[in-house]
Design a protein around this ligand. Structure first.
Ligand SMILES: NC(=O)c1ccc[n+]([C@@H]2O[C@H](COP(=O)([O-])OP(=O)(O)OC[C@H]3O[C@@H](n4cnc5c(N)ncnc54)[C@H](O)[C@@H]3O)[C@@H](O)[C@H]2O)c1
Length: 339
């Protein structure tokens, strides 16, 4: 299967190695709005063709493409894939807002191409165990759940011009980091029907206008309730805890520490030296789970079935994030369709 990659930045490296690990998949082309970056990336990774214009890349003949551009450019990439009738796997968050995401889902469906969105944390064995336990009844339907995300993002992270700005990132800790964990919570707890929340930028940093702190309550169609506390202001960043609990109080959780690795429920010992991880190390931790999701996407295309995480799934987590923002602005709870 001939794959192309659009966007030759940090996460595209994970896609190259994960795609190459799947039998019968080749990465034949890359494209980047910065043509020099595309050529350097292609040379470094041994990819035959590099393009500046996305349509030129499709003209070379591809069966599938990965979208690894900043959030705001995901829509253009997915629409181009649909136009060229090429299957598409898009990085999270699917888009800057639900309206864009809806157009992407509609375009992929109209073109008859598979549309998957990367939420590789679903492929953590710990997360899969929780979902399987809910499915086989060894854990009852969750009545409560929660996310506590104590993360750190430093000045180097925000030096990337598109990050930290509402216009290009669409949001902060919820939109870019905790949308992964909101996706997990939805996967465990089912459709959400109302959201109430507050967001703020509490640590002044030059040029940052997205939220670095958020608190939210999410109500589910089942009647279950979850709480979310999230921030990128913690030093050191102590990772993320996602948990659910059933009517008998049986509780299952997944602890993400170090960031990128979903492990058992353990916190670093109080007083132990814990340094912050460089972003490169976080991306390294993601590799095996990116590999599992990308292998699933390729299998879905080959078997003519839906991928594990579809564009429609990704719209649902984005709806929750958008509803927290709306609730924070309006001061009232926001109802969701809950479909
Ligand atoms: N799944 C994960 O855990 C995970 C981790 C990190 C990043 N991501 C996602 O991956 C995406 C990219 O993040 P990154 O850290 O690799 O960003 P980055 O800034 O390192 O790289 C983005 C690349 O896209 C290129 N680009 C920008 N606009 C483009 C366009 N219109 N057409 C073609 N190329 C374009 C840029 O020149 C750059 O090379 C984001 O949406 C981010 O949320 C996901």
């Amino acid at each position: 299967m001939r794959f192309g990659i659009i966007g030759c930045g940090r996460i595209a490296r994970n896609h190259v190695s994960a795609l190459r690990a799947v039998a019968g998949v080749e990465v034949t082309a890359v494209a980047d709005v910065d043509g020099q970056r595309a050529r350097a990336f292609a040379a470094e990774h041994g990819v035959p063709d590099a393009f500046e214009a996305v349509d030129d890349m499709f003209a070379g003949g591809l069966e599938a493409v990965s979208i690894c551009t900043p959030h705001g450019a995901h829509e253009a990439g997915v629409l181009a894939a649909a136009r060229h009738r090429v299957h598409v796997l898009c990085e999270k968050p699917v888009a800057l807002d639900v309206a864009q995401a809806g157009r992407m889902v509609a375009a992929a469906e109209a073109a008859g191409v598979r549309f998957g969105v990367v939420f590789q944390r679903r492929f953590w064995p710990a997360a899969q165990r929780i979902r399987a336990a809910i499915e086989d009844g060894s854990l009852g339907a969750p009545v409560a759940g929660g996310i506590v995300a104590r993360l750190n993002r430093d000045a180097d992270y925000y030096a990337e011009p598109w990050r930290g700005r509402q216009a290009s990132e669409g949001g902060g800790v919820l939109m870019t980091q905790v949308i992964h964990h909101i996706d997990l919570l939805r996967w465990f707890m089912g459709p959400a029907v109302w959201v109430s929340g507050r967001c703020a930028t509490l640590v002044p940093r030059a040029g940052i206008d997205v939220e670095d702190t958020a608190g939210a309550v999410i109500g589910f169609r089942s009647g279950a309730i979850a709480t979310v506390q999230a921030g990128t202001t913690f030093q050191p960043g102590l990772g993320v805890h996602v948990w659910v609990s059933d009517a008998q109080g049986r509780t299952a959780g997944v602890m993400e520490y170090p960031e990128g690795v979903g492990s058992a429920d353990v916190w670093p010992r109080p007083g132990a030296e814990v340094g912050d991880l460089p972003l490169g190390a976080i991306h390294e931790h993601l590799v095996p789970y990116h590999a599992r999701q990308i292998a699933d996407f390729v299998a879905a295309v080959r078997e003519g079935r839906e991928p594990a995480v579809t564009g429609r799934d990704a719209v649902r987590s984005l709806e929750i994030v958008e509803a927290v923002y709306e609730s924070s602005r309006s001061g009232t709870a926001v109802r969701l369709a809950g479909h």
